[in-house]
Ligand binder design. Sequence first.
Ligand code: HEC
Length: 115
Amino acid sequence: MFKMVTVGFVSGLLFGAVVQGRAEPGVQSGDAARGKALFVRHCTGCHGPEGGGDGYSFFRGPDPANLTSPSTRKKSDAELIKSIHEGKPNMPPWKTRLSEKESRDVLAYVRTIAK
Ligand code: HEC
């Protein structure tokens, strides 16, 4: 039951991101200024103050992604939101800690630092 709810929640978010992407190509409805505040609070410890992946690094497993890299920029909103929600190896999932709106705000900020 829990699993079904989670899957519904995640696919709802993904669907939402796709619909928004269509309505406003290249632009999120997220607020990058709010996203920056959230990023500083939650993400810089690992991803570094500029998102360059120069925060905390791990003995084992992948180091934090450089969010300013072209490889991140090329990923779709849905992919990045999924990474943020589900987490990655060495990155905790954020879906229980960030609301849907906060996730979009953070993503909007990440888009502003991606080169
Ligand atoms: C505990 C450390 C840690 C924290 C905190 C953290 N991350 Fe990460 N993040 C990582 C690591 C490590 C990776 C790379 C995993 C890999 O390479 O498989 C990653 C990968 C990512 C990716 C995927 C990038 C790509 O190109 O696919 C995104 C997006 C991301 N993080 C966003 C965030 C956001 C937004 C926050 C704050 C809400 C955050 N991270 C907080 C460690 C962290």
